[in-house]
Design a protein around this ligand. Structure first.
Ligand code: HEM
Length: 516
């Protein structure tokens, strides 16, 4: 029972897509009539049989004490399944799911997801919304309702320069982060918390139009309260996601009550801040100071006449929660790959110092001159994928995956992590060079564009990816500009788990020393 919940959810929220890898899907060839004749029936997809296919028990049998796997090592379990059964596997993971690991199959799934791609929503949030009469946010909605909310945000957030509007303020937040790392001797746990504060502070600039002061020596009481409650909200979602709470669906258990109490206050605080900004916005409009250029996300959404304060607040809360945990967890992973590979770190630092010196802020111009930085992050995504499964979809139509017929309505997991190993030479090495273009403009190590999709793909991909990339670039650039990053010998050695985003099994022991 416990695992059931986990299973469906585990993968659904972290599917990943970078702007740079997207290739036109129209290149996918249609199947010939001979190939269609060879399609094997759904029933013949290999996978564990017998009790393993039973609705409830089947899911439980995947994990400890029946196997060596846990929900946090789902990626290892899925690898084990593919080793045993091949590239298409049928499993019980909550419901019956089909897991695929061939990028050609990912392409087929994305190509057939339709206008309103479907992903299961978080049941804890759904329960809260229903009981409190709160309108669902982006990640909870499906169908036309999802599309109606996503469209106005999409046109703003997915613009090439959507994050750049906040770059100056984000530089300041990153400077504060580096100052703390350079001057304070923090424990691995404190460094991890610091990255959380960095992400929360940076996203607050976007969703509330102002800094909260979380990196100050003595942050203000309300800001700290907001941070603490945000942490409670996220840890309760995590608990429900991992099957440690299931009863919240039917009654207010302790996980639900903690979530509800924290979420009520977070919502109140968010609505109050956004209402204050609305007043400011109205004044700017009256005095003719407001320019309809969509670059300030909050003002721009407040200017939409069909969105209420409640709608705008819901969107902003979705962005804040969608972005803080994911980004803060990935910063140390990226740094870990650079710290473990000092030669690559030095190449990157050289590029940074060539483009912007030791004290300058990161600008869009400098960013455009840093191919190694982009390759370094992409290679980090390949080697240390942010989520156990790239993406998860329930399709509206039948498809053929790996030669098997998969009917509409079946849950499909796209297990990109396996592809990030099988499609590359020296897959366990951190080699940013594999993404650099050589003189003849061909990739040195060409790979299918559907393999490394940290933000998933298509109309339901990660809406905050430009912000995530900006913060990851900034954290790396600003830190390497001033500091050399190493790992304490006794610290983690590449052992990562997923909760639901990647994180080191225990906080990484970084050593930061000045490079001046
Ligand atoms: C390293 C950081 C991040 C990773 C790896 C990540 C990954 C993902 C993935 C994989 C999805 C599901 C996409 C799909 O099903 O196709 C998603 C959805 C989402 N992400 Fe992110 N994300 C990150 C940062 C952010 C940030 C910074 C924000 C906000 C500013 C954000 C907001 C959201 C929202 C609101 C959704 C739901 C979109 C929808 O259902 O329409 N994420 N993210």
């Amino acid at each position: 029972m416990i695992r059931l919940n986990l299973v469906v959810q585990i993968c659904l929220e972290r599917m990943v897509t970078p702007v740079w890898t997207v290739r036109a899907l129209s290149t996918m060839s249609r199947m010939s009539s001979t190939e269609q004749l060879e399609v094997k029936p759904f029933e013949s997809i290999p996978g564990p049989g017998g009790l393993h296919q039973w609705p409830l028990i089947g899911s439980l049998l995947n994990y400890k004490p029946f196997t060596r796997f846990t929900p946090e090592t789902l990626h290892n379990f899925l690898n084990h399944m593919h080793d045993k059964y091949g590239p298409v596997v049928k499993l019980r993971l909550g419901s019956q799911v089909v897991v695929v690991c061939d990028p050609k199959d990912f392409e087929t799934v994305y190509r057939n997801e339709g206008m309103y791609p479907k992903r299961t929503s978080f049941d804890l949030i759904t329960a809260y919304n229903k009981r409190n009469n709160v309108e669902p946010g982006l990640s909870q909605l499906q169908g036309e309702g999802w599309h109606a909310l996503r469209s106005p945000i999409n046109k703003r957030l997915m613009k090439v320069d959507s994050a750049a509007h906040y770059l100056q303020q984000h530089n300041q937040v990153a400077d504060d982060l580096v100052q703390i790392l350079a001057t304070q001797n923090l424990s691995p746990e404190e460094v991890q918390k610091l990255f959380f504060r960095f992400s929360a502070e940076s996203l607050a600039v976007v969703v509330f139009n102002k800094r909260l002061g979380l990196l100050e020596e003595n942050p203000d009481k309300e800001a700290l309260e907001f941070l603490k409650l945000s942490e409670t909200v996220m840890s309760m979602i995590q608990k429900a996601l991992f099957g440690k709470s299931i009863a919240h669906r039917w009654f207010r258990n302790s996980t639900y009550l903690k979530y509800e109490a924290a979420q009520n206050v977070v919502r109140r605080m968010a609505i109050s801040r956004i209402t204050q900004e609305k007043v400011k916005f109205e004044q700017m409009k009256t005095s003719g100071q407001f320019k309809e250029d969509h670059s300030n996300l909050l003002f721009s959404l407040l200017s939409e006449t069909n969105l209420t304060i409640e709608n705008v607040s819901n969107v902003m809360i979705s962005l804040y929660f969608g972005g803080t945990e994911s980004t803060s967890k990935y910063i140390p992973v990226f740094l870990y790959n650079l710290a473990k590979n000092p030669d690559k770190q030095n190449i990157l630092r050289k590029e940074i110092l060539n483009c912007m010196g030791q004290d300058d802020p990161l600008t869009t111009k400098a960013l455009s001159q840093m191919p190694y930085l982009k390759a370094a992050l992409k290679e980090s995504f390949r080697l240390s994928f942010p989520s156990a499964v790239t993406s998860f979809r329930i399709l509206p139509v039948d498809v053929v995956l790996g030669g098997y017929h998969v009917p509409a309505g079946v849950s499909i997991f796209m297990f990109g992590q396996r592809a990030t190993r099988t499609h590359f030479e020296n897959p366990d090495q951190y080699l940013p060079e594999r993404w650099l273009r050589s003189d003849d403009k061909t990739l040195r190590d060409p790979a299918h564009s559907m393999i490394v999709l940290p933000f998933s793909y298509g109309p339901r991909n990660c809406i905050g990816q430009r912000f995530a990339m900006q913060l990851l670039y900034l954290a790396a650039v600003k830190i390497l500009q001033r500091l050399d990053v190493r790992i304490h010998q006794d610290s983690v050695n590449g052992s990562f788990i997923y909760k639901p985003f990647i994180q080191a099994q225990s906080p990484i022991g970084f050593k930061f020393t000045g490079v001046r």
